[in-house]
Design a protein around this ligand. Structure first.
Ligand SMILES: NC(=O)c1ccc[n+]([C@@H]2O[C@H](COP(=O)([O-])OP(=O)(O)OC[C@H]3O[C@@H](n4cnc5c(N)ncnc54)[C@H](O)[C@@H]3O)[C@@H](O)[C@H]2O)c1
Length: 255
């Protein structure tokens, strides 16, 4: 609780996958939840499905549009008294050989994954600064910490997100705003389902590369976000928390 009101979280990409799992986890911990997504119908259905009544709301918009995010933050202030936390989960991936990546694909990937993360963080931080602090949790990736074939734009975008964490943590620490990220390995979400359906995801290779031998569940990533957002992580900022089953620890060559 913040004073007499429940804490609130704005979740971009909240209608699906990791964002939706975060919405459920934060709702269960008593947060008021704002779901921000391109997909209006899914966002509204997800908000209603949280089963927390007026403590949930949906916003339709794009993270690439500063005005959409500003409107969502203003509505969160009116309705919930502020934005104590933002989880930036909106993201896209396209898997293709580097020689085939069109400028538009590269631009779009960076625009949604980097600019969109940045704009959401900035909009929320403006509100947090007025309130004396808050917490930002970004969705990074193991592909922001190590390369992978056929993901040039995606890897570049997630590396940038990891660096945003560090630069913003340094700049905004004095405002009481903590900035962290989670870096998952593959997570069982619609994003991965789509790649599997298109034959673009090497499930056997990912399992083999991962010491724990499986993909992560969205709820496992949400738990890490919840930890970083809350007061148990009060002294944690500028950190990228791996939720990767040991992926990045693994320097062993598989056969
Ligand atoms: N699934 C994985 O294996 C995995 C692994 C590591 C990191 N991540 C990252 O986690 C985040 C969530 O991924 P996911 O697997 O839940 O994906 P997902 O495709 O299931 O959900 C992404 C959501 O973001 C929304 N979205 C896309 N572009 C948007 C925009 N411009 N504005 C607002 N909303 C937009 C989509 O409508 C969708 O609801 C992404 O940043 C992704 O890169 C995913």
């Amino acid at each position: 609780m913040t004073g007499s009101r429940p804490e609130s979280v704005l979740i971009t990409g909240g209608a699906s996958g990791i964002g939706l799992a975060c919405a459920r986890a934060f709702a269960a911990e008593g947060y008021s939840v704002g779901l921000f997504d391109l997909d209006r119908d899914k966002a509204e259905a997800a908000a209603a499905g949280l089963g927390i009544g007026d403590r949930a709301t949906a916003f339709c918009g794009s993270v690439t549009e500063e005005g959409d995010l500003a409107a969502a933050v203003a509505a969160m202030e009116d309705r919930f008294g502020g934005v104590d936390c933002v989880v930036t989960s909106a993201g896209i991936v396209k898997v293709e050989p580097a020689f085939e990546v069109a400028p538009e694909t590269f631009r779009n990937t960076l625009e949604v994954n980097v600019l969109g993360t940045w704009l959401a963080a900035q909009a929320a931080a403006r509100s947090m600064a007025k309130a004396g602090g808050g917490s930002i949790v970004m969705l990074g990736s193991v592909y922001g910490a190590g390369g992978a074939p056929h993901r040039a734009a995606y890897c570049a975008s997630k590396g940038a997100v990891h660096m945003l964490v560090e630069s913003l943590a340094v700049e905004w620490g004095g405002l009481g705003i903590r900035v962290n990220a989670v870096a998952p390995t593959g997570v069982r979400t619609p994003m991965i389902d789509r790649l599997v359906a298109e034959g673009l995801y090497d499930m056997k290779g990912v399992h083999g590369r991962t010491p724990l031998g499986r993909l992560a569940e969205p709820e496992e990533v949400a738990d890490a976000c919840l930890f970083l957002a809350g007061r148990r992580a009060a002294m944690v900022t500028g950190h990228v928390l791996r939720v990767d089953g040991g992926w990045l620890a693994n320097g062993y060559i598989l056969n």
